[in-house]
Design a protein around this ligand. Structure first.
Ligand code: PLP
Ligand code: COI
Length: 340
């Protein structure tokens, strides 16, 4: 293996075209075998279902180089099953979960030189996605679909990496009760673009969305779940039917309890409680764990005691344990690591 000549440590979270991607087409009720191709361009009908009615969903996971030099992926089976849930909710055909994981593995193998080295601060982000590809003009599901997997080396999602960020409470909603907030539909992200551009213009890194029905409970941000730590070291993380079931968050709940001996509460979290927490962070594949230093609620600031300089002590322990498992420094729970 010959790593590409890239300054890995200066990478942000952006797209870099890599060598190969996996493409499979669904037609007449069946998926074809799929191929790896060098062609990074998608050719579509002007009336493709995805272009008219946004029939598309995606996933995000990462490949890591471990301390021992192996290349591994973190819990791809959970991404496969979450994408199956997304497809069902969007009337799209499921790509069989075992084949889904195979396609991800094949894509990483075909781009092995693009996996950032251990300790570089970068990782290989993998983006599987599916969309309705044949012409659709009446509002209905497409008959034909394309499933693709590409990968791109990435650095930190938030500028500054591990430095605490400042976020704001959003006046916009991310997801309706009984809507699509629990799946990874492109449409959820389209409607978050206006609020995120506005947040950035006002100097905030992200939006904290509250539940749309009552505006009293914490949901998530545009691209990550919340974790909070109480003053006595309990991990508290919001439970809601309208947030994405983050694989990072589900993993952190296990890590907190089994590796760090912390108490874990997965429950509804009222915004009124937030001021009493000692630490706050955002967790996700892209975000990893990004500490939140301040939350701006319409001019009123909630400042966490952990401050604006570094992660709070529990957040740091969670971060070190999670990334330690992903990078092979700490033994992972059974089935969490797929070696390429
Ligand atoms: N919430 C949203 C809205 C996301 O887009 C993501 C990213 O995938 C997450 C949470 C975190 O999920 P995961 O940890 O599975 O990457
Ligand atoms: C991920 O963490 O994989 C996501 O899809 C989040 C997105 C905001 C990049």
């Amino acid at each position: 293996m010959m790593s590409k000549n890239i300054d890995w440590s200066s990478l942000g979270f952006g797209y870099v075209q890599t060598d190969k991607r996996f493409v499979s087409n669904y037609k007449n009720g069946a998926w074809d075998d799929g191929v790896l191709t060098e062609d990074a361009t998608v050719n579509l009908s002007e009336c493709a279902g995805v272009l008219q009615y946004a029939q598309t969903c995606f996933e995000g996971l990462k490949a890591y180089t471990t301390e021992k030099g192996q290349i591994v992926i973190f819990r791809p089976d959970l991404n496969a099953s979450r994408m199956a849930d997304s497809c069902k909710r969007l009337e799209m055909p499921v790509y069989p979960e075992d084949k889904w994981v195979d396609a991800v593995v094949k894509t990483v193998e075909a781009n092995i030189d693009w996996v950032p080295p251990y300790g570089s601060g970068a990782t290989l982000y993998i983006r599987p996605y599916m969309f309705g590809s044949n012409p659709v003009i009446g509002v209905k599901p497409a008959d034909e679909y394309q499933f693709r997997v590409f990968c791109t080396p990435v650095g930190p999602y938030f500028k500054g990496g591990a430095k605490p960020i400042v976020i704001r409470v959003s006046d916009y909603d991310r997801a309706a009760p009984h809507g699509t907030g629990h799946i990874k539909a492109g449409l959820n992200y389209a409607m978050s673009l206006y609020p995120i551009v506005d947040a950035h213009n006002q100097g905030f890194a992200e939006n904290m969305y509250l539940d749309a029905a009552t505006r009293t409970k914490v949901e998530e941000t545009g691209g990550a779940n919340f974790i909070f730590v109480t003053k006595d070291g309990t991990l508290v993380t919001p439970k809601s039917d309208s947030i994405l079931p983050s694989i990072t968050r589900r993993s952190l709940m296990v890590v907190a309890e089994k590796y760090l001996g912390m108490k874990v509460e997965h429950r509804e979290v009222y915004f009124d409680e937030v001021k009493d927490f000692a630490e706050c962070g955002l967790c996700g594949t892209a975000a990893v764990i990004s500490p939140v230093g301040k939350i701006n609620d319409h001019g009123k600031e909630i400042c966490f005691p952990s401050g604006m300089e570094e992660m709070g002590p529990y957040t740091k322990k969670l971060y070190d344990a999670l990334t330690g498992i992903q990078m092979g420094r700490i033994e992972a729970p059974e089935g969490w690591i797929k070696v390429i």
